[in-house]
Design a protein around this ligand. Structure first.
Ligand code: PLP
Length: 220
């Protein structure tokens, strides 16, 4: 199957999942996760009409995307991996959406960079729904504080929540928790669901699903 065929198949599955859902989000956007994918693969997806892409490393995205972004002005680039404060300047310049805001210190660094550059990507707060020690994300009980600080105090454009459930868990309770937190805090967007579980995420109201290997093939 080609990348274009894979994309069409995923879109059809998202549509079908939306039709089967009791309360789907108003729209569900496909973020094509292109980490480790060479520029040729990204170009195939662009030729098929895909415009939202996700990368998990600032440095890799900084090599692949600047020229593609000038060629395709409607390309929307999402950072879906952890962000170190020393990469904030580069990330703010490159990404349209940062999905990995997970701590006060990073919110401060983003606000500082907004002051310097006048630019600020849209933001999602990443929640560590499984409370895994090695995983990025704010613990669920601290999410409210971080949202209040970033959105209400610093006036950063926080518009949603993101989660990566533990690999071995049933994802459903994690998606349900993210939905509950988003509702409690009045956030419209939910980034959840990957190649193996995006249809389930759609059923829980995902506005953004992040799909990599089902589009581009298994990573090396
Ligand atoms: C790699 C990655 C994905 C995509 O995973 P697939 O299983 O290849 O679809 C989604 N979200 C994040 C945060 C990732 O790092």
């Amino acid at each position: 199957m080609s990348i274009a065929e894979n994309l069409a198949a995923i879109m059809a599955r998202i549509d079908a999942a939306r039709k089967a859902a009791v309360q789907p989000a108003p729209a569900t956007h496909l973020v094509a996760v292109s980490k480790t994918v060479p520029e040729s693969g990204i170009r195939e997806a662009l030729a098929a009409g895909q415009r939202r892409f996700g990368e998990n490393r600032v440095q890799e995205a900084g090599v692949k995307f600047p020229s593609l972004k000038s060629e395709f002005p409607d390309l929307e680039l999402h950072l879906i991996g952890p962000l170190q404060t020393n990469k904030v300047k580069e990330a703010v310049a490159l990404f349209d959406v940062i999905q990995s805001l997970d701590r006060i210190k990073l919110a401060d660094a983003l606000a500082l960079e907004r002051g310097r550059s006048g630019r600020m990507p849209r933001l999602f707060v990443q929640v560590n729904t499984g409370e895994e020690a090695q995983k990025a994300g704010v613990p669920p009980r601290e999410a409210g504080n971080l949202i209040a600080y970033a959105r209400d105090m610093l006036k950063l454009p926080v518009e949603g929540l993101m989660c990566i459930p533990p690999a071995d868990d049933d994802a459903a309770p994690h998606f349900a928790l993210l939905l509950k937190l988003a509702r409690e805090h009045g956030l419209p967007n939910l980034s959840m669901g990957m190649s193996g579980d995006f249809e389930l995420a759609v059923r829980f109201g995902a506005t953004h699903v992040r799909v990599g290997s089902a589009i581009f093939g298994a990573r090396g």
